[in-house]
Design a protein around this ligand. Structure first.
Ligand SMILES: [Zn+2]
Length: 424
């Protein structure tokens, strides 16, 4: 009898304790649920309101100025073409180059003259836009001498690459005549691939010093993400962009054996580990998802359509004004200003298309980055920091037309949505 009482007491005690533990567990779960409840909208608003009204106005004005600059730059192209064709500069140069028997040499010199003239006539606008405007918005760290040196290096590169490309393109035009635009777009695409291939090795080092990442926790974390995604460690570099500006940035460049990810020192100096990881995971996304190859395919199609457009409009122009301009056919180098004007116009009206192609890859890299770094707050705060040079909260239509990267608001939104669904 005594044993049954004891058994009953033990049983009751066990029941009470178990119940208490269970209810405590319930409570903990309830508490945890309460603690983990995440309000996506207010998190997004918290990030967006971190920007003061003055900062937002400055950022908007810088970015919106870029829309007008697209028009102004095209108008300048129009003036250059007018000087060459209607004012007779083209005919005058052709007369001077008459002594050269070899047509390729003639084309090469004509192109060099054209590029130099276009550079000189654009120079005042160039100074206003790339030097004074950048300084006005606090985006440049270069004095005038440094700026001019870089600008002249750019000009020399343009003269070498541009004149060779035009010379080769005009060989194709003479050889295949009617179907020049099919072969010509092939030539330009191959040239584009060559430029992408040599850029990290021969062009970027002319402007910045590239070196392997400095030893430390940041390097360990970045290379760990790289290894997890099959990106070789020797393909990750850092460079001294602070000599030019305070802009935070990283990129993937090169193709095949020259492909690499580079992050700039502004990113390393202005951001914490979470933010750096978020940015580098995004860049790994471009690398792993083969975006460079995808871009080449898309842009070869755009060039193909563009050349068909030039072929159509150039002929129309020559039929109507050819006599006055002294241009009788496409293989005549004197028509180069018209050729370039039509191509510029084509790229101007294709802006929404090219922006959407680039932006869709950026969105893919954003998601890849969120899933890889798992740093939604790091990603959101970097997206806010990029407001120094990108409008943070554009209209839907505006973002569709003018943005080649998602806006800060779009990025903060996907980061906070990701966070709300992946809390642990
Ligand atoms: Zn990107």
């Amino acid at each position: 009898m005594k044993r049954s009482y004891l058994t009953l007491i033990i049983l009751l005690f066990t029941l009470i304790v178990t119940n208490a533990i269970n209810s405590k567990a319930d409570l903990t779960i309830q508490e945890q649920t309460k603690e983990f409840h995440f309000d996506t909208d207010s998190a997004i608003n918290r990030y967006l309101s971190a920007l003061t009204i003055e900062e937002k106005e400055k950022s908007d004005s810088y970015f919106e100025g870029g829309y007008w600059l697209m028009i102004v730059e095209f108008l300048l192209e129009l003036i250059i073409a007018w000087v060459f064709l209607s004012l007779g500069l083209s005919k005058w140069i052709k007369r001077i180059l008459f002594r050269f028997k070899n047509v390729n040499v003639k084309n090469l010199f004509y192109t060099i003259f054209y590029l130099l003239f276009a550079y000189l006539i654009s120079f005042p606008l160039n100074i206003c836009v790339s030097f004074f405007r950048e300084h006005k918005y606090g985006l440049s760290n270069m004095n005038f001498g440094e700026w001019l040196t870089e600008d002249l290096i750019g000009l020399v590169l343009l003269l070498i690459a541009g004149s060779l490309l035009i010379m080769i393109l005009f060989i194709a035009i003479r050889k295949v005549q009617e179907n020049w635009w099919i072969w010509g777009s092939g030539v330009l695409t191959l040239f584009l691939i060559l430029m992408i291939f040599i850029a990290p090795v021969f062009i970027s080092p002319l402007f910045n010093d590239y070196k392997p990442l400095e030893e430390g926790k940041i390097k360990d974390e970045i290379l760990s993400m790289a290894r997890a995604n099959g990106v070789p460690a020797e393909n990750v570099y850092q460079f001294n962009a602070s000599k030019q500006s305070n802009r935070i940035s990283a990129n993937v460049s090169g193709i095949g054996s020259t492909i690499r990810i580079s992050l700039n020192d502004n990113l390393l100096n202005q951001c914490n580990l979470e933010e750096i990881k978020a940015v580098m995971a995004h860049e790994l996304g471009h690398y792993v998802l083969n975006h460079i190859y995808e871009m080449i395919i898309y842009f070869s199609i755009i060039i193909f359509i563009g050349f068909a457009f030039i072929n159509w409009l150039f002929k129309k122009g020559v039929v109507k004004y050819g006599k006055k301009w002294g241009v009788d056919e496409l293989s005549d180098i004197g028509g180069l200003p018209l050729f370039i004007l039509i191509f510029s116009f084509y790229f101007l009206i294709a802006t929404p298309v090219t922006n959407n192609i680039i932006r869709s890859n950026e969105v893919e890299a954003d998601y890849f980055g969120l899933n890889t770094a798992r740093e939604p707050d790091g990603f959101a705060s970097v997206a806010m920091k990029l407001s120094t040079y990108r409008k943070i909260n554009p209209g839907k239509f505006e973002e569709f037309i003018f943005f080649d990267h998602p806006s800060g608001k779009s990025r903060v939104t996907i980061a906070m949505q990701w966070k709300s669904e992946h809390l642990e």
